[in-house]
Design a protein around this ligand. Structure first.
Ligand code: AMP
Length: 130
């Protein structure tokens, strides 16, 4: 069965899309640690990031960098933190999280409860900064 993120890429499940090309897709995390918390994925469905072929792995990093630069422009933050966990969804994804302090990248923190309007606004602000 396709992963939930493949269903997002295929448009079968909605997402707050930030960016897309032939091989990669970026969208807002639905349970964000901070406003602008974004997930970047390869469209190719591979569970563990270090099982990706080199070309896809390197392309994912380059795509994530573009998105991170846009997040930094659009969302007030000191820098954008990067994390890879994959404990929940078995489809490689990079978390990009706007940080004000080290503690903002603690996944045990309470997640933000944002409205649809807030998610839509944040996604369009980041997209516009690409
Ligand atoms: P992990 O696999 O541990 O890196 O966590 C998976 C992440 O995906 C969590 O931060 C979830 O909030 C996020 N997530 C799960 N389902 C969705 C979805 N449908 N849209 C956006 N983010 C999601």
């Amino acid at each position: 069965m396709a992963s939930i993120f493949t269903m997002i890429v295929e448009g079968k499940i909605p997402s707050y899309k930030i960016a897309e090309d032939d091989n990669y897709y970026a969208f807002l995390d639905i349970n964000p640690l901070a406003k602008g918390h974004t997930l970047v994925i390869p469209k190719k469905e591979v569970d563990y990031i270090f099982d990706l072929d080199d070309e896809t792995y390197l392309g994912l990093g380059a795509f994530a960098k573009k998105v991170a630069v846009a997040i930094k422009k659009a969302i007030p933050c000191q820098r954008v933190g990067v994390a890879v966990l994959g404990m929940e969804v078995p489809h490689t994804h990079i978390h990009l999280v706007p940080l004000q302090s080290e503690n903002d990248l603690n996944f045990k923190n309470k997640k933000l409860n944002l409205s649809q309007e807030e998610f839509t606004t944040i996604a369009s602000q980041i997209s516009a900064a690409l």
